[in-house]
Ligand binder design. Structure first.
Ligand code: COA
Length: 698
């Protein structure tokens, strides 16, 4: 990676004297960026390019070559790769397009490139990429004519088009980059590799990424987690499809689209996810230029009540708190501001505010111990000197120990202030919402980092052999779906509590079983062929007597037989009826990330409510705490409206056990327990149902 970002000897293969060629632009950018190392243009037809001696091939170069940049047509790339390996290059950037994005043949060509790189131990960026920049080394190896300023933001983007938008934005917003990386098709170097490098890069304070899809989800998560402990990562992930859910047969599967899995992964890795490119820009600006806030108390200073109210509203959306000022702060404000000014937060310095009035108010609120960040709002009223206010804020923001941002709301008139602030590297937005969102993201990041101290996954001991034997016996029958009782056997082997139950083959047996268990009971059809029992009349609850059990047995058998003819029926299971709140737990397996654990409100409306949260196993205590707390209906579990609090500790314990089953048995492709009954505090959590599906054997 050092050879990629900090090389001393670079060869550009396909460098050309023809100004229209990408090879020319890349080479000329490298020269124009004042790169201090040695550069070799490689072109069999030219003797000199832009004043540099050209060589017909890499092997003709007299000295060492650390980094090779390839700008020749795709079919020539493998041979240039071979030559690079022979020459001893350590890294290669393949700008050339025409690989896997073109389909099968392109994919084969791309694999060839990857294989050659492996053979020679070279790292490859691309193919189909725009190149890289390291502004601190004055190195621009791209074919864009925008040369960004030196700064502390590193950008990695999977899309060349997004790269060009970011570069253009950087010029307009006067934002500087440390590194700029177009990752392209990722035949070798991917986001995980880049994070591992950028984590220790002293020139980078914040990382912005545009990702369409990860190649190595697990590695991306762990590198992101390690990096986010040191510096913030802000990710714009596009492609919100749910292809992952298509093949799934359980509710859990339908509820865990691939985008939700990315959400879970980013959450667990303390990555800040944004949804739009504007949001990415806004957050990069504040993280790059402002110190981290010490707390979540915000002070707002405004010359317009309306904007103040909007900013105050946005506080709760973005996890900020309007700071309550000390009496001494209020007294000080009162002594200087006009009688009509609002002295409480938001401080309204009034429509006729001068820059001096703003200055006094900002300085005073910043001295208040309850204030950790400041938003300076401005409406372009005729009496306000926008330039003077901006100059004042720009003179100290970024140099004090708390973040200060502006929101100059308008357009034509306010632009002068926004530009002036940007010139001074002070984030200034065009709406209160954006300013509060940016500050909120800082508070959120700080909290995530502080709260995720416990990084050790919880490990549960289960009876592996029992589960292994059970899976083997199911495999022998040629099935991939387990019956409910088989599924429960697995849960039991891992210590999940199951209500007492007995499977009965006749109405008489059922009545005797119910008497043993105690009334009321639940009756459920036991069949490996029926996944959703209640849909076919296979579940009856609250049966209160032996005669009712006998009658229900006959009724259920005839219903199920007529609705699912040909299904194998083992009998009817008589279960202890447990009381509690219904939740759902489940697991699906994602190719990139591994076992995805789902938790949420249970019951028949689960797919409509979609009140679920996901995390990727292995799980830490923090993962499970945040997962359980994050569902909308969490208040129901803690005892909303005078209800009793549920046994949340045993609920979490059950989640860990399910995660452990998923980790210990990769052959289980799906698992769902719906409902899980969570009793009142101290009463335990019971798995009432179990749906387990095995991976198909090839
Ligand atoms: N070694 C060195 N130079 C070689 C060479 C070799 N083996 N074979 C050919 N060249 C020279 C050519 O002679 C030419 O130089 P010239 O102008 O002096 O004749 C130069 O390399 C380029 O080759 P050319 O055949 O003219 O290709 P091109 O410039 O039209 O296209 C790419 C090459 C890489 C730009 C093109 O294939 C491509 O991929 N374009 C898309 C790039 C892209 O979009 N990337 C992704 C961005 S996000």
């Amino acid at each position: 990676m050092k050879a990629l970002f900090e090389p001393e000897f670079i060869a550009v293969v396909g460098a050309s004297n023809d100004e229209r060629k990408i090879g020319h632009i890349v080479f000329s950018n490298l020269i124009r960026s004042n790169f201090k190392g040695t550069v070799y243009p490689i072109n069999p037809k030219a003797s000199e390019i832009l004043g540099c001696k050209a060589y017909p091939s890499l092997t003709a170069v007299p000295g060492k070559v650390e980094l090779v940049v390839i700008c020749v047509p795709n079919t020539l790339v493998p041979s240039v790769m071979e030559e690079s390996g022979i020459k001893g290059a350590e890294a290669v950037i393949v700008i050339t397009a025409g690989f896997k994005e073109l389909g099968k043949e392109g994919a084969l060509l791309e694999r060839k490139v990857g294989d050659i790189a492996k053979k020679y131990g070279m790292r490859v960026l691309g193919p189909n990429c725009m190149g890289i920049m390291n502004t601190h080394q004055r190195m621009n190896i791209t074919f864009t004519n925008i040369h960004p300023m030196t700064g502390s933001i590193a950008i990695a983007s999977q899309s060349g088009a997004v790269c060009s938008s970011m570069l253009d934005w950087s010029t307009k917003s006067k934002v500087g980059f440390s590194k700029f990386i177009s990752v392209g098709n990722k035949v070798d170097i991917d986001e995980a590799d880049l994070l591992s490098y950028l984590k220790d890069d002293p020139d980078t304070n914040v990382i912005g990424m545009y990702i369409e899809g990860a190649n190595r989800g697990k590695e991306l998560m762990s590198e992101a987690f390690r990096t986010s402990q040191v510096k913030p990562i802000i990710v714009l992930k596009s492609g919100r499809t749910s292809s992952g859910s298509k093949a799934a047969s359980s509710h859990t599967g339908a509820l865990s689209g691939s985008d939700k899995i990315y959400d879970a992964a980013f959450h667990q890795a303390n990555v800040i996810r944004v949804n739009t490119i504007d949001e990415l820009f806004d957050l990069l600006q504040v993280f790059a230029n402002m110190p981290m806030p010490k707390g979540d108390g915000l002070a707002i200073v405004t010359n317009a009540g309306g904007h103040g109210v909007m900013a105050a509203d946005a506080c709760s959306d973005y996890g900020l708190r309007l700071a309550s000022f000390e009496k001494s702060t209020i007294d000080k404000l009162k002594g200087y501001l006009p009688a009509a000014a609002n002295l409480y937060n938001p401080v309204d310095v009034l429509g006729d505010a001068t820059a001096a009035r703003y200055e006094f108010a900002i300085k005073t609120v910043m001295e208040d111990p309850n204030v950790s960040c400041v938003a300076v709002l401005l409406a372009p009223l005729d009496t306000v000197d926008i330039k003077a206010v901006a100059e004042h804020v720009a003179s100290f923001a970024g140099k004090v120990s708390m973040p200060v941002v502006g929101a100059f709301v308008g357009g034509t008139k306010t632009n002068v202030g926004i530009e002036l602030m940007h010139e001074a590297n002070v984030p200034c937005y065009d709406s209160p919402d954006k300013a509060i969102r940016a500050l909120g993201a800082m508070v959120h990041y700080k909290k995530m980092r502080e709260e995720s101290g416990d990084t050790a996954p919880v490990v549960v001991e289960g009876d592996k052999q029992r589960v292994k034997d059970l899976i083997a016996s199911v495999r022998r029958t040629g099935r991939t779906s387990l019956s409910e009782s088989e599924g429960k056997e697995i849960l039991r082997a891992y210590g999940v509590a199951i209500p007492a139950e007995i499977t009965a083959a006749t109405p008489e047996e059922a009545a005797r079983a119910a008497a043993r268990i105690g009334f009321p009971v639940v009756m459920k059809i036991d069949s490996p062929d029926i996944a959703h029992k209640s849909d076919v009349g296979g579940v009856m609850v609250g049966i209160g007597s032996e005669s009712a059990v006998r009658q229900s047995f006959e009724l259920m058998m005839s219903k199920v037989r007529s609705r699912v003819p040909g299904a194998t029926i083992n009998g009817i299971t008589i279960c202890q009826m447990v009381k509690g709140k219904e939740v759902l737990m489940g697991m699906t397996r994602d190719e990139q990330f591994g076992p995805v654990i789902t938790f949420g409100l249970g019951g028949v409306f689960v797919e409509i409510m979609k009140d679920v949260a996901q995390r990727i196993a292995p799980l830490t205590r923090h993962d499970v705490d945040t997962m359980v707390r994050s569902i909308r209906s969490y208040a129901i579990l803690t005892g909303a409206r005078g209800g009793r609090a549920a046994d949340i500790e045993s609920l979490k314990d059950t989640i860990f056990r399910i995660a452990q089953i998923a980790l210990d048995f990769p052959e289980i492709s799906e698992l769902e327990v719906n409902p899980v009954m969570v009793g009142d505090e101290g009463k335990g959590t019971y798995a009432v149902d179990a749906l387990v599906v095995l991976r198909r054997e090839n």
